[in-house]
Design a protein around this ligand. Structure first.
Ligand SMILES: NC(=O)C1=CN([C@@H]2O[C@H](COP(=O)(O)OP(=O)(O)OC[C@H]3O[C@@H](n4cnc5c(N)ncnc54)[C@H](OP(=O)(O)O)[C@@H]3O)[C@@H](O)[C@H]2O)C=CC1
Ligand SMILES: O=C(O)C1=N[C@H](C(=O)O)C[C@H](O)C1
Length: 246
């Protein structure tokens, strides 16, 4: 049995994760921690999953690293500077792997994988993410990571910037720029989590779309991550692609 702690346990994702862990035969929920609770209860856990808020996740993660716990992080908001901070904490603390997963949905991971593969073959690429209106941050962590992967693939292949002759625009009309990739964020009642990657070439458009219809859809990826985090070959892993054999 792997002893699991959940951070953000009363939230939309944290409560779903508590239910999923409790239903798994090989996992035991030993701590369910939310805003206002002390983190000390997490010392009973071997692996902790965080679904809190981009503004607090770094403090939680530092605490987990310093206490030698394996951490699976679903919370969004990770940029290269944050990853460097995690590495530096790990250098001065023994044990404890960290797995940062921008998205636990199997289809979402495949979307990112296919977007990376397709990116060098098309002149233009943009990302549109669409979420429920209670989401704290924009763009989504998934869109940010997708844009990073696309930018990396295009840089490796020596592809030029996407053509864009805009010379006059209202602020925000072209979305935000992540590594040269435009990312657009929609917030709409009725939605859960959705993303389109639009790739445009000569007389053709290739669209990769993923839809999370409910939060249960993330749970197979969460449970897999909790099972595997302790045995990962690197102390810091971003994305669950390698856990799926991609
Ligand atoms: N990787 C993935 O596949 C997914 C990632 N996410 C990400 O997970 C995060 C949470 O999303 P969601 O569940 O919708 O958000 P919610 O707001 O529903 O849940 C967050 C919970 O964390 C609590 N919280 C806030 N600060 C702390 C703290 N310091 N310690 C412990 N608990 C705290 C909140 O309490 P209070 O409300 O009182 O502030 C709340 O109960 C977001 O970053 C989201 O983008 C979401 C879905 C999938
Ligand atoms: O807040 C959400 O809901 C989600 N957050 C993650 C993100 O920011 O990418 C994952 C998924 O999109 C749902």
């Amino acid at each position: 049995m792997i002893k699991v702690g959940v951070l953000g346990a009363r939230g939309r994702m944290g409560s779903e994760a508590c239910r999923a862990v409790e239903s798994a035969d090989d996992l035991e929920l030993v701590a369910a921690v939310d805003q206002g609770d002390t983190l000390d209860a997490l010392t009973a856990a071997e692996a902790v999953v965080d679904f809190t808020h981009p503004g607090v996740v770094m403090d939680n993660l530092r605490w987990c690293v310093e206490h030698g716990l394996h951490a699976v992080v679903g919370t969004s908001g990770f940029d290269p500077a944050r990853l460097d901070a995690v590495r530096s904490w790990q250098e001065s603390s023994p044990g404890g792997n960290v797995l940062i997963a921008p998205n636990f949905g199997i289809g979402a991971v495949l979307m990112m994988h296919f977007a990376r593969k397709a990116a060098p073959f098309f002149e233009s690429v943009e990302v549109v993410e669409l979420h429920h209106p209670n989401k704290a941050d924009a763009p989504s962590g998934t869109a940010y990571r997708t844009a990073e992967l696309i930018a990396e693939a295009r840089a490796e292949a020596g592809v030029a910037a996407s053509p864009d002759a805009t010379t006059s625009e209202l602020d925000g009309a072209r979305g935000t720029d992540v590594g040269g990739v435009h990312v657009h964020s929609v917030r709409l009642s009725g939605l859960v989590a959705h993303q389109e990657v639009l790739l445009g070439g000569h007389g053709e458009v290739f669209t990769i779309r993923h839809d999370s219809m409910n939060r249960e859809s993330f749970m197979p990826g969460v449970l897999l991550s909790l099972r595997e985090v302790g045995g990962l070959p690197s102390r810091l892993t971003v994305g669950i692609e390698s856990l799926l054999g991609l």
